[in-house]
Ligand binder design. Sequence first.
Ligand SMILES: [Ca+2]
Length: 196
Amino acid sequence: MGIKKTLGLGIASAALGLSLIGGGTFAYFSDTAQSTATFAAGTLDLNTSPSEIVNLSNLKPGDIAVRNFTLQNSGTLDIKELKLASAYTVTDAGLNNAGQDLGDHFKVKLLKDTYVSGDITNFVIGEISLKDLKNTANYDLISTGALPGGIAAGQSKVFKVAFVFVDNGQDQNVFQGDKLDLTWTFNAKQGLGELK
Ligand SMILES: [Ca+2]
């Protein structure tokens, strides 16, 4: 007989700056925050480590940038549920976006963990615009196949995504010099309680 318990919630955040061509802004990418929860019965401790500084400046329509997020389960409990909350703000350099959302022009493509480099075409397992992702309260990374099976205690997995600045074949000049600051928060939960 199983006993359902909620022992902990692990949260890790990553921030990412997408700076568009013409901006001349120094964009960087770093791990910004993490929180841990400790309980007598065990711990759930999720960290994200985009360890290098990643420059995503000078993007133009059609550009693709692949980024890896290493998610480390440093706790003693397996992570069986992992969801992504996404938020962003747009800096409209020319104050000319006229209600257009730059997040609508960026797609996030989830990649198979077997992807290494080069053409992403055969490795895409799902895609969603940054705007739709923001409006999805908790995007499930396990059922989408991005991190199948979750992350066992003490293990890490690499979450691979491609950010695509979609070239829609139309005039996108209003976005020249604009900037999009993206914050991703990974929310982890353990599996159901077990009979011990
Ligand atoms: Ca603009």
